[in-house]
Design a protein around this ligand. Structure first.
Ligand code: AR6
Length: 181
């Protein structure tokens, strides 16, 4: 399953490069220092240009589980919401709660900036090694819950980079829709 309607809003899954996706805001999978790096973070800074790093430096740090907002430079978006997910350390160090919190705070930041369309990557499942089959249900679950409540968002799109990530998110979305129907 690749899309789900929730209270007149849409949660969808698309395969692709988030730096090319047109939305009011895109999410990033950042680190606490907001220092840039590899993965989707590197791709966003490369495509968006130096203004994003300048704004990250001005913000300073962002603790794990939180999210910080900058403009989006040359990207086809108005904002980048830098979410800091947890490093996977076996699952007993609060990782599920911190991952949920990173998504929840990203969605709150989106609302605070009147974002209507939001694109998100799969936070923590690359360099930070969070197992995909455990991360995907948290990601879609938090977004689905948020879309049931008061929000400016009308469409949230997970833009997923690999077939493996897409498969894990499709499974999680199917299971979620089974639970909610
Ligand atoms: N568009 C969409 N998804 C992408 C893209 C892209 N252009 N590029 C990679 N991904 P990661 P993390 C996927 O490693 O695990 C950085 O160094 C990727 O396939 O980017 O949260 C930061 O600075 C994976 O599914 O983020 C931090 O230090 C997902 O994005 C650290 O890595 C997340 O992988 C954060 O690690």
């Amino acid at each position: 399953m690749r899309s789900l309607r929730i209270g007149g809003r849409t949660l969808e899954l698309v395969k692709g490069d988030i730096t090319r996706f047109e939305a009011d805001a895109i999410g990033n999978a950042a680190n606490e220092a907001l220092a840039g790096g590899g993965g989707v973070d590197g791709a966003i800074h490369r495509a968006g240009g130096p203004i994003i790093m300048e704004e990250c430096r001005a913000i300073g740090k962002c603790p794990t589980g939180q999210a910080a907002v900058t403009t989006a430079g040359n990207l086809p978006a108005r904002y980048v919401i830098h979410a800091v997910g947890p490093v996977w350390r076996g699952g007993a160090q609060g990782e599920p709660g911190l991952l949920a919190s990173a998504y929840r705070n990203t969605l709150r930041q989106a609302d605070a900036h009147d974002v209507v369309t939001l694109a998100l990557p799969s936070v923590s499942t690359g360099v930070y090694s969070y197992p995909l089959d455990l991360a995907a249900p948290i990601a879609v679950g938090v977004v689905a819950e948020h879309l049931k409540g008061q929000t400016s968002l009308r469409r949230v799109t997970f833009v997923l980079y690999s077939d493996e990530t897409m498969a894990a998110f499709e499974k999680a979305l199917s299971e979620l829709s089974g639970e909610t129907s």
